[in-house]
Design a protein around this ligand. Structure first.
Ligand code: FAD
Length: 472
């Protein structure tokens, strides 16, 4: 399902008709108060502003900073990390695990590991041959340490972006910065390039970009896998949690827990609900749970998300009592785990066919390797295992828009392709490519469509971004 912001187009047509070319603000839901406000705080200027400090945004900021760009990294939460921290997804799938992601997990594995089981496919690329998990707080700590070393980055947390600065000319929009909410007032940040790494694509949406939401039909992009008739549904959400023993000798009553899917213990393996003996033998004291999975009709809408979270809580209630009675504390993730929101339409839409064929386009900027993983949809076993494949530059370049790149899971892909590229190492590799491209554009004063792709690829290669697959 493709969407254009009607409000935005109406507003932009009016602006174009008056030939008003200076930047104007566009705010979420066309919020006039935000658009007309005179910010109390002085405008900040930088080369690259990255919105969202998750698996896509942090590597984007670091890559841009290491190219010499002055970067402002904005995060609406009180700490960086994104889903691994605020949705308790401190567990990784897919690869290759290279670049900033490799730097990060090497420290996490060395100092903070809770459990690690052998992972033959990706383990050797940037790791010790195992898939680990860590406490979400450890993840945030390591990100802080990485960011601290980068003199060119200014991190601002608790700084939600509420508006986008857009200049319009004909049918093209030039994004020139963003507006944040700061301490009850507003502040503008001007940048040569803005990177939307929000995981929800709100920045691109506010800038008037076309986006895709929910399931397409197989025939829309000639994909061999998917559904026959588009239903506009996104993947379900899961409320993640960690249970931890607080009473001596307590054993997790795994057989009594209802519907809490797989859990990962601190002794290297998945725990199976139907194997209580194995569970008792291993007697682990801390577990990562895929708590309760619920459908949210529209993951763009905070009210519907809150309702989905409430439903998850109600369905968790019975288990919560079992955990507490058994002597286990439960740490609920601060946010409901949202797998899918907007996918921003770019100059190229990556499809299941690209992933199955392992296509490496001429403008490949990131390598990726993971299966199709659409929660709530059955994918035939023989079709699940795909790749490696490449992410083209065109898929992070929103159509009809200048000055804006996307990074992380919101890039231009069908829902089936998105189900694979949404995992953290791939989001990180995309982020590094976006950050490097943004810095090249900002520092050389060339438009994002005019940067030298070969030079971009050479720079990414020199950072080891294309090494992971060869070592498999
Ligand atoms: C339940 C669940 C289970 C998963 N399991 C796994 C797994 O096992 N392994 C794996 O590798 N991946 C897993 N994933 C996928 C993966 O975690 C995400 O796809 C990935 O984190 C996406 O990274 P991102 O940077 O694009 O977005 P996010 O991680 O969502 O980060 C975006 C950041 O932007 C911030 N932000 C948003 N809007 C604004 C704004 N307006 N202003 C400022 N900041 C803003 C957010 O607060 C957030 O910190 C899972 C995801 C979920 C939800």
């Amino acid at each position: 399902m493709e969407i254009n912001r009607r409000d935005f187009i109406t507003k932009m047509s009016a602006i174009a008709a008056l030939s008003v070319l200076p930047s104007s603000f566009v705010a979420a839901m066309g919020n006039e108060k935000v658009e007309k406000a005179k910010p109390k705080y002085p405008t900040l200027k930088c080369d690259v502003v990255v919105v969202g400090a998750g698996p896509g945004g942090v590597p984007a900021a670091i890559a841009a900073a290491r190219q010499g760009a002055k970067v402002i990294l904005l995060e609406e939460d009180n700490m960086p990390g994104g889903a691994p921290v605020d949705m308790y997804v401190p567990f990784i799938c897919g690869g290759p695990r290279v670049g900033v992601f490799q730097e990060m997990i090497q420290v996490l594995n060395a100092k903070h590991t809770i459990g690690g089981r052998t992972c033959e496919t990706f383990g050797k690329t940037g790791s010790d041959g195992k898939n680990h998990w860590w406490m979400p707080g450890s993840y945030a700590e390591v990100i802080y340490q990485l960011l601290e070393k980068e003199e060119n980055i200014t991190l601002m947390c608790a700084a939600p972006v509420v508006g986008v600065k857009v200049k319009t000319s004909g049918n093209r929009n030039q994004v020139t910065g963003v507006r944040i909410m700061r301490n009850g007032d507003y502040q503008d940040i001007d940048a040569a390039v803005t990177i939307d790494a929000t995981g929800n694509g709100l920045i691109a949406d506010m800038a008037g970009c076309e986006y895709m939401f929910g399931s397409e039909a197989k025939s829309d992009y000639n994909e061999p896998v998917g559904i026959e008739v588009a239903d506009g549904k996104v993947q379900p959400c899961t409320w993640m949690l960690i249970s931890e023993r607080i009473k001596r000798n307590a054993i997790l009553p795994i057989d009594k827990l209802k519907g809490s899917s797989a859990v990962e213990d601190n002794l290297n393996r998945w725990v199976k609900a139907d194997d209580k003996e194995d569970m008792i033998r291993r007697d682990a004291g801390i577990y990562l749970h895929w708590g309760r999975t619920v459908y949210c009709k529209d993951t763009r809408d905070p009210l519907l998300l809150a309702q989905a979270q409430q439903e998850a809580l109600e369905r968790l209630q019975e288990n919560l009592e079992i955990w507490h009675e058994a002597g286990y504390a439960v740490h609920l993730a601060p946010k409901l785990g949202v797998r899918e929101v907007r996918r921003i339409k770019g100059e190229y839409v990556l499809t299941a066919n690209d992933l199955i064929a392992g296509t490496m386009h001429d403008d490949v900027i990131a390598h990726a390797h993971y299966s199709f993983d659409v929660w709530g949809m059955k994918i035939p076993e023989e079709m699940k295992h795909i790749g490696p494949y490449g992410i083209p530059y065109r898929s992070i370049l929103p159509t009809k828009t200048e000055g804006l790149l996307t990074a992380g899971r919101i890039i231009s892909a069908t829902r089936i392709a998105h189900s694979s590229l949404r995992v953290q190492p791939i989001c990180s590799n995309i982020g590094m490519a976006a950050g490097t491209a943004a810095a090249m554009s900002a520092l050389n004063q060339t438009g994002l469509r005019s940067i030298d792709i070969k030079q971009l690829q050479d720079r990414l290669a020199s950072m080891g971004l294309f090494d992971g697959l060869k070592k498999k």
